[in-house]
Design a protein around this ligand. Sequence first.
Ligand code: ADP
Length: 630
Amino acid sequence: MSGGASIDLLRRRIAAAFLCLGLLAAECLLAGQAGAVERSRRGELKRVLVLHSFGREFRPWSEYARDIKAELERQSPWPLDIQEHALLTARFNNPGPEAPFVDYLHSLYQGATPDVVVSIGAPAARFAQKHRARLFPNAPLILAAVEHRLIDRADLGDNDVVVAVRNDFVAAFDNILRILPDTKSVAIVIGASPLETFWMEELKRELKPFAERIELVWYSDLSFEEILKRSSQLPAQTALFWGLMSVDAAGVVYESDWALRSLRAVANAPIFSYQEPFFGDGTVGGPMQLIAETTSRTVSAAIGILGGAKPASINYEPIAFAAPRYDWRELQRWGISESSLPPGSVILFREPSIWQRYQWQMLMIAAVFLVQAGLISGLLHERRGRRLAEVESRQRLAELAHVNRHSAVGELTTSIAHELNQPLGSILTNAETAELMLNSAQPDLVEVRHILADIRRDDQRASEVIRRLRSVLKKTPFEVSNIELNDTVREAIDLVKALALGRRITLSYEPALTDLRIKGDPIQLQQVILNLIINAMDAISDAGSGKREVSVSTLRAGNQAEIKVADTGPGIPASDLASLFDPFFTTKPQGMGMGLAIARTIVEAHHGTIVGANQPAGGALFTIRLPTAQ
Ligand code: ADP
């Protein structure tokens, strides 16, 4: 029972293995078939023969060929073998026999007919039409970039597609006259190959209506060298019309782009052309044939044919000029206004303005300027605020100083009373004497006159005391004027003279021998000096013995004026030296401690310095330094 069961199991396993193998084989087969289909669809190489008219690098056709090839390769679902041949014979005025070239192509394509033949330009189209029966009998032919007038319609068959263009010379010349209305003549640059001769005749025919308006100058019978010479000396209001230059009248062959560049380099007139391949290389612009139009039709025809479409089913109208395009650089060069361009024009090659080119740099600079301007205005504002604060503080200072002066003057009261008493007493005595004299029988009038003069002098002395007192008590704002410091100090000394006398102190003054001109407020400075003198006199105690002297002097030290106030008091304790000028620092029982603080503020407002020190021989010495006026 177990042996039969195991054989049965083995049989079933073998059957399962065969089934798997079968499935695998079927899968491989299917995959192989699908791969073959894919290969046949994608892997089939398509052979494209491109026939050039003048050469592979000959404008305008070189540009068409390049664009068509690139687009074909981009769009083709099949791998492409693009083979190219150029009909150099089309360059020559008297082309030699084509037979050897045809034989060469025949040997190449015998038995290997291309899948499609694309001719670029009229000479290539003619050649292909002429020799197709021998070279590639059944190959479809696309005649691309050929002017419709140059197509041999009689030779067209079911296997042909025409991608033609239509040149409209009237539109091209209308454009010249529209944007340069003063144009008097147009010189037409065109070579002498059979194709160029054909076009010259066409131009002559089409441009007949312009002959009345402008002079048409034909350069077709000139060597290119001569054309260059003439183009450099054209009269004003002339334009150049660039047709083509493949072979000149002297039989010399040119590459068109080189020829155009040479012409552009010497020409003294604007150059016009109707071909996009020449646009951007020195031609002004206007309505023109665009490469892309021909490319898109040619490529879609080629792809269609390679995919099995019938050439006869593909029909295109000749391509007309596109909307006008202009080269901005040429417009600038010839002073052509953009407003004269027809509506819908496109301007290309516009050079960016300085602003567009350096936009972010300029923005950066502007930002820096703005920030700087902001900072400057902020600083100015700050400065103004500081000035205002300074004025304000000076005002406060003046007020404080005024109060301080009142207190100083309080100390002077006795001496002022004494000073006033003297002249007033003399006046009274003199007046009484004069009265007595006038009462006598024969008054001595001369003497009376003397007495009256004395009275007047005493009166003036009393008035002077009052004036000085008033001026020192005057409440004035801080006012700077040109002053002579010797006089200012003297006036201050005059005020305290009597006080010194009362205290039995010798007050001496030694002014500088030269003028000390400074800029300052005389009242404020007098207050400083008064303070220093009163402090000096306070320091000399009544009880003390020894010399009782306060000496004031002024001198000039370079560009500074100095005032020194020295006394024979005890001097300043070393520990107090640092706090002398602090507000409310005082060692006097009735002191306010504001005198020196105010003095320093006043001196500093005059851009000066004040220091207090002890003299070696004893006593304090205060020195004020002020800048002299320039
Ligand atoms: P006040 O006269 O009201 O005390 P000041 O500011 O004028 O205030 O003076 C401050 C202090 O400086 C005085 O109290 C005194 O101690 C000291 N001082 C000023 N001048 C002299 C001087 N010539 N000799 C000694 N000490 C002085």
